[in-house]
Design a protein around this ligand. Sequence first.
Ligand code: TRP
Length: 360
Amino acid sequence: MGLYRRGSRSHDFENKGRRPQAGFEKGSWEMARVFSGVQPTAEVPHLGNYIGAFRQWVALQDQHECFFCVVDLHSLTVPWDPKLLGQRSRQTAASLIASGIDPERSVLFLQSEVAEHTELSWILTCVSRMGELSRMTQFKDKSRNLERDSIGTGLYMYPVLMAADVLAYRGELVPVGDDQRQHLELMRNIAERFNRDFGETFPVPEPYIPAEGARIMALDDPTRKMDKSSDRPNNLIWMNDPPEVVRRKIARAVTDSGREVTAGSDKPAITNLLTIYAAVTDRPVAAIEREYEDKGYGDFKMGLSEALIDFLGPFRSRYLEILDDPGQLDKVLDSGAARAKEVAHQTMQSVRERIGLRRS
Ligand code: TRP
């Protein structure tokens, strides 16, 4: 598995994570068990996924025991292409490794390869209530335009499977985007209810949510999140966008009125670009503002494009290198699933015991 730590540039990604990250809701954890998941719905992440999520996952590895899961079963809650699904899962795992997830320190695996997720999910289904599931805004949003009779049940049960993901490992700290806050709240309620009814079994997981400033907004509209499911291709930068595409998208990015390169609530577009610039160069926003003090938006955008290109280059080559050696990636994911299974199996044994699934 040494392959994935090779190459000096890859360490740049890792080292970025070694610094404490500012702007997070501070947990009180010295050393926690961390669990997070990502759906395999795109070939590579976009910049917002990296800056808002994966970068934090990478940093968490230094202090905590981490489980990172490609949640392929969650991606079945909307229509999918069976010919593409497996490939997307591999690509997502490769993206995580290329972002700096170290599969030797962290457990990296596919959700569907550890059957305990679905087993626990059923048991938690029987501990959950239709009322609480019906209140989930993500469910309401995703089913709004559908006839009631045709809303997929998977969409409805989605947060229960998510609870099972974390609780199967007795996870304590869950890094997620702000949009998952409500799902975390539900997960906590399920854990508490289970503990109350069947005895202390699960730690009640805490969300670990980036502050406002770590959220990356759309390049064409700084009031909306950078979003892979948008039909506006210029709203985002994919982690494998080639240099000319990066230059074009940044050139087209909206700016604010005025001409000073400064962050502030009156300058949402420039603030967003500054946040990106700071994240990919690992510099403070103030230092970048100073650098462009006497310059305009044009120079700033040019500098940002080049910084992005420098940053994306190593990701791209590592990503391709990892996919180029499928045997090695298989080994990593097999071993991740085996390590995950060991832990989840133990949890399931106590769950079965507590709820009385036994012959006598
Ligand atoms: N629902 C999460 C998202 O869309 C993905 C996810 C699935 C997850 N299971 C999880 C995140 C468990 C954290 C923990 O972002």
